[in-house]
Ligand binder design. Structure first.
Ligand code: PLP
Length: 446
């Protein structure tokens, strides 16, 4: 079958009907970059309501790690549904939750014994991490980073500092949250270069934050994404992550690593923090863990997760169907998909570097495994952000049948399912290449 295959104008007639109803009945707070109305999806391909076939390089925002409707995941879900859908793990016991907890303690490289808390989403995993860190340390404060995205419920939103619109009119937030510059080295806030900097972003935390406004004895945790997701697919350098790790250990502050977007094999390792020599105390996981079923996890050292019964729980958290889907997902990941993420990620990265030679709009390319960001600039010297161009490119790719998403103000993210093959990458990049050229022509760059 030839794919992608677009046979109607977009949106097509059936899509248009749905969009009208959506406009009338669904919250306008969602950020849809283009009118893709999905009817069904298998593997790397998505079919819309009018029978158009798209190639998916976004994977449901880094969720569909096993591709869409993987037969083994579907089978596990069906089997579980026939036996038990819900009982509430907060009040009763059932095997899938316990088996998954045990499995997660084996794959999450937190040192020593571990324990697992289950919720339904990324934001709930982060809420659990905030509460656990406060409960254990009896300290109120949290340090987070500019550009970070940790969720949209009020606790996690207090940490999120990715786009102002996400916080607009939502105050008051959690008190005692302090934001520091992330090591976003392409645009270092201190005007330095990554290879010659003196880690000013780490000094800022030590010499300003902890010395002048936030006494370490009042700080429960530092929370960090090893690769910022919504903030623009920014990869932290080793020395930054190590610096945070050292600050945390020196001050008995807990280190929370948010792996909600970067985890579950996407970067070529189970979790992105494994690329660094660090030792987190708490890890948050969601998105890819159950191939699309809702599940959030807060994992921690066992000696930290000692809160008493009633301290925290969630009715649906860790429901049997999501846990079974997660077990099937983990099985697929450890039997080939993580190594495929590494191999295909390297291939995609090398192809993007080739494209950069021909496209003045491409300013920076960064990533690990299949978590790759391409930052677009109007000028490589001034690094002026090419925001309008980015949005145009994302839209035009959709019109040609390639599903991609933006990240940050002017980056494009590549977060395809981990089942992706070289042929898919070649097809996707052919479209991306063509669209870049078209937009560069239209906007006067060539
Ligand atoms: N943390 C990170 C790093 C994320 O990327 C996201 C979602 O994009 C979240 C937390 C919030 O997850 P959810 O949307 O499932 O609440």
């Amino acid at each position: 079958m030839k794919y992608p295959f677009i046979k109607t104008s977009l949106p097509g007639p059936k899509a248009k009907e749905l969009l009208e109803k959506d406009k009338k009945f669904v919250s306008p707070s969602y950020t849809r970059p283009y009118p893709l109305t999905v009817k069904k999806a298998h593997g790397m391909l998505v079919e819309d309501m009018d029978g158009n076939i798209f190639l998916d390089f976004a994977g449901g925002i880094a969720v569909n790690v096993t591709g869409h409707t993987h037969p083994k995941v579907v089978e596990a879900i069906k089997k579980q549904c026939e036996e038990l859908i819900h009982m509430s793990g907060t009040d009763f016991y059932y095997a899938p939750q316990v088996i998954l907890a045990e499995k997660l303690t084996q794959i999450i490289q937190i040192k020593g014994e571990k324990k697992i808390f289950f919720g339904n989403s990324g934001t709930e995993a982060v809420e659990a991490a905030i509460k656990l860190a406060r409960y254990y340390t009896k300290r109120p404060g949290i340090i987070a980073f500019y550009g970070s995205f940790h969720g949209r419920t009020l606790g996690s939103l207090s940490l999120t500092a990715s786009k102002a619109v996400q916080r607009k009119n939502m105050a008051p937030f959690l008190p005692n949250v302090f934001h520091a510059p992330y090591a976003y080295c392409y645009r270092c806030l201190f005007g330095k270069e990554v290879n010659s900097c003196k880690l000013e972003c780490i000094s800022f935390i030590k010499d300003y934050l902890l010395s002048k406004v936030a006494p370490p004895e009042d700080i429960a945790a530092i929370i960090v994404e090893p690769i910022q997701g919504e903030g623009g697919y920014n990869v932290a350098p080793e020395k930054f992550m190590k610096g945070l790790n050292d600050i945390a250990k020196e001050n008995r502050i807990l280190l929370i690593v948010d792996e909600i977007q970067s985890g579950m094999g996407r970067t070529g390792k189970w979790f992105a923090f494994e690329h660094f020599d660090i030792d987190p105390d708490i890890v948050t996981i969601a998105k890819g863990i159950a191939s699309g079923l809702p599940l959030g996890v807060c994992a921690s050292r066992a000696d930290i997760m000692t809160w008493e019964p009633g301290a925290h729980a969630s009715t649906f958290g860790g429901n049997p169907v999501s846990c079974s889907a997660a077990l099937a997902t983990i099985d697929l990941l450890e039997n080939g998909l993580i190594s495929n993420a590494k191999e295909m990620g390297d291939y995609l990265l090398s192809k993007l570097y080739e494209l950069q030679k021909d496209h003045p709009l491409i300013g920076d390319i960064r990533g690990k495994g299949l978590m790759i960001g391409v930052e677009l600039v109007k000028d490589r010297e001034t690094k002026e952000k090419a925001k309008k161009e980015r949005d145009k490119i994302v839209y035009k790719c959709f019109e040609k049948g390639l599903i991609i998403l933006g990240a940050g103000e002017n980056s494009i993210r590549f977060s395809p399912p981990l089942i992706i093959k070289k042929e898919d990458i070649d097809i996707g990049l052919e479209i991306f290449d063509k669209v870049l050229s078209d937009v560069e022509k239209e906007e006067g760059y060539r």
